[in-house]
Design a protein around this ligand. Structure first.
Ligand code: ATP
Length: 599
């Protein structure tokens, strides 16, 4: 087994018999955790064979990983927002335990591991208490195989002795098998068998007494030191001692050997796949999806800041956009130069259509008026709009039923699109961060090892996120159409579908980011880095037709370009008669229009 070029387990032969505790000992970095992860199906061995409870780990339909194995990782891998009770319920549901069993195991383990009140939140517990909860989660479903990675770190000597006694009882009463890694070499003397590892090799594998006796020393620690010393000089000889011993003790029946690892073996045994079991294992389990959704709900419920962020942010954004963008300025002084000598009545009619709230007419001569325009270009844009509106009213008076044909193609590009954009980016950010954080804290790994599939994790996330997005969308719609009364002529159902689809697209992008980046800092940087270029290039701020050609090609493959266009199409469908376009203008109406204007 290797990580890239780093060879971690070398020619390792290890056998665990049923009803035994196997103490795997060795210095930091020698490969103990790597071995456990191979046994759990999280890593694959590159050469040789490995069977766990009769089949290779992660074999289709095999419940390793799953409820047949209890794993306590080195990191805590606990949900901080959970109470002790929630933690037991979560893992209990995943393992398919019934309510009564969960309650019974909960009270036993709280008592046995000396845990505080079951309603205490994990984040309020001490490091040692958290480790005991992590151990309890591994013991919960009473599996036939327990893999415990340094379970006694940070535990006081009295409790350590109790944990060992419990493990001894478990193997005696239930014939379970246990592999335990530890730095406290002496505590492993209670194991039935110990394996001493160094640099990915097994230096020796035997019962502790036998090791002490055969090496003629007083403690296991001294055996280990002696073997390390010997392996530096005579590595071949030490390995052969290990092999000799193992071959003499193997039971005849396969099911009595929960774990066999033989690296470097060429002839791999064949395992038949049961198609029914395979199909069953591929189908997502509703039980796991519900457990994961309850988990997310429980966590979010205990994070009021996060909850506020999810639901208040869209409301704050839409309120700010509607209040600060697009509102008309008031009392703008406008120079009016009326040089109309032919029909003064027409120019007066036109001027009477000016909105007097926004525009205050000041009659000036031509040169003073031009100077004012040059001095104040920003205000001129607003005034131009007001002029266009006045022109529209004027044309309405003059052209009657054909007035709509002369209206101007002005699109409300910014405000509405930016509001919907929040659904997309909340989905990107929250998905990316939640997956990256859960993976870094070992929570995803723990779920996988408990038997939850990646598909179930994604489905649970998607369903929960869709529910959240439905509330966000409802808030957006209420504020857009009812509070700020932005006109909508389109189909509300289509608008909702489009916003939800943007959320799903955002979620998918979030998953891609989480798959590529390992830490939340990089994931957050990428999610933020995408935000602004996406808004600029997707035609949300300005039509893509005005973007340079090369960038426009890029813009068309962005996830929001067509979505934003579609949303605008739905929202303004009834207003689209404003646009004069050669291809949409009916020729009959065109000639009618000409006749009327000629008259
Ligand atoms: N994800 C990884 N990528 C690359 N190298 C890794 C990875 N995980 C572990 N290693 C390397 O593999 C070797 C064995 O690591 P492992 O975690 O199995 O050691 P260990 O015996 O469990 O140590 P400890 O007792 O400190 O937990 C180490 O040299 C480590 O640096």
């Amino acid at each position: 087994m290797s990580y890239g070029k780093l060879n971690v387990l070398n020619n390792l032969h290890l056998t665990l018999l049923q009803g035994q505790i196997y103490g795997l000992l060795g210095p930091s970095g020698c490969g103990k955790t790597t071995f456990l992860r191979c046994a759990l199906g999280r890593l694959r061995i590159s050469k040789g064979t490995m069977t766990v409870l009769g089949k290779p780990p992660a074999f289709p339909g095999h419940e390793v990983p799953g409820r047949m194995v209890g794993y306590m990782p080195q990191e805590l891998a606990l949900y901080n927002e959970f109470s002790i009770k929630d933690t037991f319920w979560f893992f209990g549901r995943i393992h398919g335990l019934i309510r009564k069993d969960i309650e019974t195991r909960l009270s036993f383990l709280i008592n046995f591991l000396n845990l505080p009140d079951k309603n205490q939140l994990v984040k309020h517990l001490s490091g040692g208490q958290k480790r005991r909860i992590s151990l309890a989660a591994a013991l919960l479903q009473e599996p036939p195989l327990l893999l415990l990675d340094e379970p006694t770190v940070g535990v006081d000597p009295i409790l350590r002795a109790r944990i060992w006694q419990h493990l001894i009882n478990v193997v005696k009463d239930r014939k379970a098998s246990v592999i335990i890694t530890t730095h406290y070499i002496e505590e492993a003397s209670q194991a039935n068998m110990v394996g001493l590892m160094r640099d990915g090799n097994l230096l020796a594998e035997a019962a502790p007494d036998e090791l002490i006796r055969s090496h003629n020393v007083s403690t296991l620690e001294k055996v280990f030191l002696k073997l390390c010393h010997a392996s530096d000089q005579l590595s071949v000889k030490v390995t052969s001692v290990v092999c000799e011993r193992r071959n003499g003790n193997l039971p005849e029946k396969d099911e009595e050997i929960p774990i066999i690892l033989q690296e470097g073996v060429q002839n791999k045994p064949e395992f038949r796949m049961d198609c029914k079991l395979w199909m069953k294992s591929m189908l997502p389990k509703w039980r796991n999806i519900v457990a994961l959704m309850i988990k997310t709900f429980t966590r979010i419920r205990r994070m009021p800041g996060f909850l506020g962020f999810q639901f208040l942010l869209p409301v704050i954004q839409i309120s700010l956009l509607c209040l600060c963008i697009g509102g008309p300025p008031e009392n703008l002084p406008v120079a009016v130069v009326n040089n109309d000598t032919g029909q003064p009545a027409m120019s007066q009619t036109f001027l009477s259509h000016f909105d007097s709230n926004t525009i205050t007419q000041i009659h000036l001569n031509q040169s003073d008026a031009i100077k004012g325009v040059i001095d104040d270009p920003e205000i001129v844009i607003t005034i131009q709009l007001k002029l266009q509106e006045a022109l529209k009213g004027f044309v309405q008076d003059v052209l009657g039923k054909f007035a709509y044909l002369s209206s101007l193609p002005i699109k409300n590009f910014v405000s509405i699109d930016l509001n919907w954009n929040i659904a997309f980016f909340l989905a990107v950010g929250l998905t990316a961060l939640s997956f990256v954080i859960e993976r870094r804290e070992g929570l995803l790994d723990r779920c996988w090892i408990a038997g939850v599939s990646s598909l179930e994790i994604i489905l649970a996330h998607a369903v929960f996120h869709l529910l959240t997005m439905t509330i966000q969308t409802a808030l957006l719609l209420i504020f857009t159409f009812l509070v700020f009364k932005i006109p909508n002529e389109g189909n509300l159902f289509l608008i909702v579908i489009l916003i939800l689809m943007q959320g799903i697209t955002g979620m998918s992008l979030g998953l891609v980011i989480a798959a590529v980046f390992d830490d939340e800092q990089s994931a957050a940087q990428v999610a933020l880095g995408i935000f602004y270029p996406n808004i600029v290039l997707s035609g949300i701020l300005w039509p893509i037709e005005s973007i340079p050609y090369v960038l426009r090609c890029f813009s068309l493959i962005l996830p929001q370009t067509y979505a934003a266009e579609a949303l605008r199409g739905v929202l303004y469908r009834a207003l689209s008669v404003c646009l004069i376009r050669d291809d949409t203008l009916d020729s009959k109406m065109c000639s009618e229009f000409k006749d009327t204007t000629m008259k």
